[in-house]
Write a protein that binds this ligand. Structure first.
Ligand code: UDP
Length: 417
């Protein structure tokens, strides 16, 4: 009989298009992992907070994967910083669902600290073991964002308790593991490093000229790409400043991502800030704001670019550098978090210090001048992704982990299999 896994991802639904302030890597992670784990033979239910009254309670999303909307707080999009008070309701609704549907789970995979709080309470009440991927740690966020961090102060205590209660904590990269150990004293035997991946059916190299034609981008200019959520910590302003230092008019910067969908008339304050900066630096003519883009369009953006740039202040993992490399686009990234793990410095791209536009400009200049090096990096990048960072590869590691936890937990309760 197939084993049932419950994913909890309170603010990041696999059904939501990523690219806005609170929809990004975690949505992609949950969607891709749920899909892959179902292919590995599990029945997966993804529990997420209801953000709209219209959504059906249960969406059969794909074979053996369902998405369950949980009523917890107002049925509208809310900032993730405001969701902690609704987690008790989330837990109760989840238990009601399980009772009504007469299902139980062999394992819960919690995503983010609030889902982990729910998972921890389910373990106490129902005895279901859980593993957790934090996606980001409160301690690290506080260090970089200081007063700008609007998460409740209990976050760090919750994370510490979760680490004690979880069967395993999934670190996304060696830096994540170090942070868990240094800031939370997480026991080493509780941490397993499993990175994120790329869906190679969705993101792959297409001919550069064709990609530019599809996107109506200039055929002959050098194109550098920035793609991701538009929040200050992603350092998009750093890329615009580097463009100012470069003083090469034939270099165009394409910025993909927006906090409001293309169809909306609402203002996006972060994009406004970036537009103003580009104006002040006299590079407005070189910057193309492409807005939020659907996943099927991404391969064209990555393939159209000569270089992909991502220079956040910190980065728990960072899926976008993987996506760029899967398309054969060299990456210049800041030497932080998951980026210094996924980008092989000098072989698939270059690493630079964050918040340092002069170093970034020098790195861009170096690679744009050297067609041969870019080509070499391009083929290295594709090889690296295929060898280490596909979702299939991630799912194989995850399956091994799930099996270990399930076997350890249910060793003496063989009747539930
Ligand atoms: N993304 C997207 N459309 C956009 C902008 C971003 O689909 O317009 C996706 C991007 O391709 C990536 C994810 O959002 O898969 C961002 O993940 P990442 O891990 O790089 O950053 P996070 O959101 O976790 O901070």
């Amino acid at each position: 009989m197939k084993k049932r896994i419950a994913f909890i991802s309170e603010h990041a639904s696999p059904l939501v298009t990523p690219g806005s302030v609170d929809a990004g890597g975690q949505n992609v992670y949950v969607a891709e992992l749920a899909k892959q784990m179902s292919r590995m033979g599990y029945l997966v239910d993804v529990f997420t907070r209801r953000e709209s009254p219209e959504m059906p309670s249960v969406t059969p999303w794909m074979e053996d994967v369902r998405v369950i909307q949980i009523d917890a707080g107002p049925a509208k999009v809310m900032a993730k910083e405001e969701l902690l008070p609704y987690m008790a309701a989330f837990r109760e609704e989840m238990i009601s669902f399980m009772e009504e549907a007469q299902v139980t789970y062999h394992l819960v995979h919690a995503n983010f600290f609030m889902s982990a709080l729910v998972a921890m309470e389910l373990k106490q009440l129902l005895g279901i073991p859980f593993v957790v991927t934090f996606h980001a740690l409160g301690h690290v966020r506080k260090m970089y964002q200081g007063d700008q961090d609007r998460f409740p102060p209990e976050r760090i205590d919750i994370e510490s308790e979760v680490i004690l209660q979880a069967s395993q904590v999934i670190a996304e990269c060696p830096q994540d593991k170090e942070d868990l150990v240094n800031f939370y004293k997480a026991p080493l035997n509780k941490i397993t490093i499993i990175p994120c991946g790329v869906n190679l059916e969705e993101v792959y190299a297409v001919d550069k000229a064709k990609a530019r034609e599809v996107l109506h981008l200039p055929a002959h200019d050098k194109i550098i790409l920035q793609l991701g959520r538009m929040v200050p910590r992603k350092g998009v302003d750093n890329v615009i400043r580097a463009l100012g230092h470069l003083q090469m008019e034939d270099v165009k910067l394409v910025i993909v991502g927006s906090n409001v969908p293309a169809s909306s008339a609402k203002a996006d304050h972060e994009l406004e800030r970036l537009r103003t900066l580009a104006g002040e630096l006299n590079v407005s003519d070189q910057v193309i704001f492409a807005g939020q883009r659907d996943r099927h369009e991404l391969k064209h953006y990555y393939s159209a670019a000569d270089l992909f740039i991502t220079t956040p202040w910190y980065e728990p993992f960072g899926i976008t550098p993987l996506e760029a490399m899967a398309c054969g686009t060299p990456v210049i990234g800041s030497e932080v978090g998951g980026i210094k793990y996924s980008v092989a410095d000098g072989r698939t791209g270059l690493l630079v210090p964050p918040r340092d536009p002069v170093s970034l400009a020098a790195a861009i200049f170096k690679l744009l001048q050297d067609d041969h090096l870019r080509q070499e990096m391009s083929s290295n990048a594709i090889k690296r992704i295929h060898a280490l960072f596909t979702w299939e590869c991630v799912a194989r590691k995850m399956k091994y982990l799930y099996q270990q936890v399930i076997n350890e937990t249910y060793y003496e309760k063989s009747h539930i299999y």
